[in-house]
Unconditional design. Structure first.
Length: 178
């Protein structure tokens, strides 16, 4: 187990409490595993890593939160993207925040707005309310053209996936359109 993974396993009590509440819904033993991770049990960390590697979006968002709490925003963005691309609305909101603030990714209010709009359509009340507040905040400083672009990008994200859309946007910004 790498030193970085050990630091992740012991980072932030608040994040751990949030994670335990979220993870309790994905595996019968997840809540117990989260408490063991906080206590430093490497076996539990291995089990959580297995869930993340299997593509479990809730576990991937959890890892993104741990990286974010340790100020490793590049890694946080990578894990949030994996979870967001599977429809995890918390990860969509978290990734939107990174694009809004430019932590771990280049700042892009258009992409942030698109991600917040995906999360704002959630059935999860807290996420929906938080994302709508973020939409208002980001949208207040955007032009009509930027808002139109953000809505178009959000639609592309819904139909083509978030990772695919972001990859396409980066190619266009680099002057290459596939």
């Amino acid at each position: 187990m790498s030193e970085k993974m050990i630091r992740i396993a012991t980072a932030g009590t608040i994040v751990s409490l949030i994670a335990s509440a979220l993870l309790a819904t994905i595996h019968p033993d997840t809540k117990r595993m989260e408490h063991e991770i906080v206590a430093g049990d490497m076996h539990a960390l291995g089990q959580m890593q297995a869930l993340m590697d299997e593509g479990n979006a809730v576990a991937q968002n959890w890892l993104g939160l741990h990286f974010q709490s340790g100020s490793d925003y590049v890694s946080a963005a990578r894990w949030f993207l994996k979870a967001a691309d599977q429809g995890n609305v918390l990860a969509q909101d978290n990734l939107g925040n990174l694009y809004e603030t430019g932590r771990g990714v280049l700042p892009n209010p258009v992409v942030a707005y698109a991600l917040y709009s995906l999360a704002a359509s959630s059935n999860q009340r807290w996420v929906r309310l938080h994302s709508r507040t973020s939409l208002q905040r980001v949208g207040a400083s955007m032009s009509d053209e930027q808002l139109d672009a953000a809505r178009a990008i959000a639609q592309m994200m819904r139909s083509d996936g978030i990772a695919s859309t972001l990859d396409r946007i980066e190619h266009i910004q680099d002057g290459y359109e596939p």
